[in-house]
Design a protein around this ligand. Structure first.
Ligand code: FAD
Length: 406
């Protein structure tokens, strides 16, 4: 018998298991893929911008060394409309604030560090690769049957099985969903000039073109991640361009800011969409991460929202366990949902609005956006609010996001 069964061992599901274990709550993870296959370079070439609050939680959960070794601090963010001079510059150091806005790390390396910690944690049982053949949720508890014949019993089931969550669908929870007519082309580039820990978001009518600072390559060359939004119909063609032609196209969009560039990883195309579950809870079931919500990557916040779900749910369950409550009691799930829904909704709406605003074509729209960015640049309080959002430091933060156990 476990306290919790988590279906889905992605970045959110594994982090949740570790967060629960840190509070003496046991968990079984069921992951359908072979976790070692998720560490291969070709599985997920993305890197994530980890907000400072998420980084604090990962530190408490034993990933601090990974972030210190593999992470590259983002110390400033520059947002411009095309390559026009001006725009908004978020530079906390200008105001004497030395802490970074976030940390860039390859997803593969976070997965590897999480898996090592999960395998070493006695309060976490990892079943992978494993397929769920049946789920029973009832008044007395939850039973999850696996294709291996194993039966897992727990008080609560957590769906962390991503945007197409079968667990969510089987529970009849509906989602609001739409697709953006765009894909994110993701790759890595080496470049001649140092990035100076600056992330650049350059807006074009086809979508944002983001350059994110990464640690230098082993041969000493400077390196950045690229997330380039293109119309969905062009994505396959852009990926097929090959590294030289793609580098030439990218160079045209970023100018000489980093000197000559060379692509050092294959390009991948990720479809972009929005979804938000109408509820995060059902009988003895809770949704977290992309199973509950998925947003446009324009502000690099999707995974951070999932990690904020993790911190809130771990705190709610730890307190319930301490009080001897049933972890599947509706009041426990309701407290989690109340804590997370507003933040998730606000960030989801803001990113959707931004993605649409910057996609309006034509010169007049571009001129208005440019003026808007200049206005924000003149408003230090608004800039401070944006920086606090980027760091994930707005609202009622659970203990883990403050770097503490609940
Ligand atoms: C181009 C792009 C760039 C992004 N950049 C950022 C960024 O910089 N910062 C940020 O915060 N976010 C970013 N995001 C968002 C982020 O990648 C996602 O929000 C995050 O990966 C979601 O993690 P998850 O664990 O909830 O879901 P997933 O990563 O989808 O994991 C779900 C897991 O569940 C497993 N699974 C599914 N079904 C079953 C089943 N039936 N049984 C067992 N296991 C199952 C899957 O195999 C998988 O391992 C980006 C997204 C995109 C598309």
């Amino acid at each position: 018998m476990h306290d919790v069964v988590i279906i889905g061992g992605g970045l959110v599901g594994q982090t949740l298991a570790l967060a629960l274990a840190a509070h003496e709550v046991s968990a079984a993870i069921v992951e359908r893929a072979d976790p070692d296959s998720h560490l291969a370079a070709g599985f997920d070439g993305r890197a994530s911008a980890i907000a400072s609050s998420s980084a604090r939680m990962l530190g408490v959960l034993g990933l601090g060394d990974c972030l210190a070794r593999e992470g590259c601090a983002i110390r400033a963010i520059r947002v411009t409309e095309g390559l026009r001079p001006g725009g908004v510059h978020f530079e906390p150091a200008e105001a004497g604030d030395d802490s970074p806005l976030g940390i860039m790390v390859e997803n593969r390396l976070i997965r590897r560090a999480l898996l090592e910690r999960v395998r070493a944690e006695p309060l976490v049982a990892l079943h992978a690769p494993a397929a769920v053949t049946a789920v029973e949720r009832g008044r007395a508890g939850v039973v999850v049957r696996l294709d291996s014949g194993v039966e897992l019993a727990a008080a609560l089931l957590v769906a962390a099985d991503g945007r197409r969550s079968a667990t969510r669908e089987a529970a009849g929870i509906r989602v609001a969903r739409w697709h953006y007519p765009a894909s994110g082309i993701v790759t890595m580039m080496a470049h001649a000039k140092p990035h100076g820990h600056v992330a650049s978001e350059i807006f074009y009518p086809t979508g944002p073109f983001a350059i994110l600072p990464m640690t230098d390559l082993a041969d000493g060359r400077h390196r950045s991640a690229l997330v380039w939004t293109v119309p969905a119909r062009d994505a396959a063609g852009v990926v097929k361009l090959g590294p030289r032609a793609l580098a030439a196209e990218a160079q045209r969009r970023m100018g000489d800011m980093l000197g000559e560039i060379e692509l050092v990883a294959p390009a991948e195309a990720w479809p972009l969409g929005f979804h938000h579950a109408e509820r995060y809870v059902a009988e003895r079931l809770v949704l977290v991460g992309d199973a509950a919500h998925g947003i446009h990557p324009i502000a690099g916040q999707g995974l951070n929202l999932g990690w904020r779900d993790v911190a809130a749910l771990a705190e709610v369950l730890a307190e319930a366990a301490r009080l001897g409550l049933d972890l599947g009691d509706p009041s426990v799930g309701a407290r989690y949902e109340r804590w997370r829904r507003l933040d998730n909704s606000l960030v989801a709406m803001a990113t959707d609005w931004l993605a649409r605003l910057f996609a309006v074509p034509g010169r007049p729209a571009a001129a208005i956006r440019h003026l808007g960015l200049r206005a924000v640049q003149q408003l230090p309080p608004l800039k401070r609010l944006f920086m606090a959002e980027a760091r994930g430091e707005v609202g009622d933060l659970p203990a883990l996001l403050r770097g503490e156990l609940a």
